[in-house]
Design a protein. Sequence first.
Length: 226
Amino acid sequence: MTDGDLLARAEEWLATPDPPVVEPRLAATVMLVRDTRSGPEVYVQRRVASMAFAPSRVVFPGGGVDPGDHALDPATPGVGALAAAMGVTPAQAAPYAAAAVREVEEECGVRLEVATLRGRGHWVTPAFEPRRYDTWILAAGMPEGQRARGTTSESDHSRWARPGDLLDRFAAREVRMLPPQVWALEALAAFDTAAGFLEDRPRVARVVPELLRAEDGTVVLRTVLP
């Protein structure tokens, strides 16, 4: 899908009286980070062009919450602390934690412990999109002795990257990313080390970009950040 296709869909949605709004699916994504001599790096993947949602976009490992993820015991070590950071109950946080651990292992072969997850953000796909996700952005350090590698057919490229490099390439239109990834990379780029980033406890608020028509007639996506 091209940016022109996206704009056309947005225009159509704005022009439709009482347009349909799809209920977002619960999801979790993980910023897997590590320290290097040149600063922190994050593991990213590029989604294949045939994907229905976010084709060809650079993303973090993650995906939707599956029914089995609800089986994680809220008393599991780390769930309580994560829930406190997210501002929800342990029972509400547990499925997201389970999905995060499962998706990271499925998509890059890395096994995380729930207790290593940190809350970073909470984004919801805009209402005009036909596929919507209510996504928690989490973070975790790369475990020692493990190696991240692309293990899913949903991506055609994966690598470790410095956040500043990705942001520069995004600004130059060399890579494509969605607003939550750009926002998350900007947060990571503000730290000299991955360890410092993981020690940070940001204020997490639900972000829902809103599609609007500006006074000059152009379509804009207004995003109020925490």
